[in-house]
Design a protein around this ligand. Structure first.
Ligand code: FEO
Length: 162
């Protein structure tokens, strides 16, 4: 069954949101790099790559369902934050927003009895649990580290392993 017009539009919108996520995290990565935190920068750069994979997963799915992908303009992301805690608070907040938009897509799929889209979106529902958990884990560690430069250095080094 072909995607409904409404679902096609909603999925296209999510493609744009995933690309924006990539853009946002790459901008955060550049900010961390500029401060000399190459481990945090590495983690965020990898996260940006994951977001592009999310976008492409939706992109391919739209075509599989005989829909059409229309790429929209991606907003300019912020380029400055107060500190690392601020960065990761914003990662978590952003992921909560993404979760909300995945849930809205799921509601639309249910409403339209589009079981194929519902099944595809389950992967995203599970992924969001992981995404929020990993952002929160880093945020909690950063808060624990506080002003301790040695602990911050170790955390930065650990994140360079991702
Ligand atoms: Fe694509 Fe981080 O959610």
């Amino acid at each position: 069954m072909k995607l409904s017009e409404r679902m096609e539009k909603a999925l296209n919108d999510q493609v744009k949101k995933e690309f924006y996520s990539a853009y946002l995290y790459l901008s955060m990565s550049a900010y961390c790099e500029s401060l000399g935190y190459s481990g945090f920068a590495n983690w965020l750069k990898k996260q940006a790559q994951e977001e592009m994979e999310h976008a492409m997963k939706l992109y391919d799915y739209i075509f599989e369902r005989r829909g059409r992908v229309i790429l929209e303009a991606i907003d300019k992301p912020p380029s400055d934050w107060k500190d690392l805690v601020d960065v990761f608070e914003n990662v978590l907040k952003h992921e909560e927003g993404v979760t909300d938009s995945i849930y809205k897509l799921m509601e639309l799929a249910k409403e339209e009895r589009d079981y194929a889209t519902e099944s595809m979106l389950k992967w995203f529902v599970d992924e969001q649990v992981e995404e929020e958990a990993s952002a929160d884990e880093i945020l909690q560690k950063l808060k624990m580290v506080g002003e301790n430069k040695n602990a911050l250095f170790s955390l930065d080094r650990a994140l360079s392993q991702r």
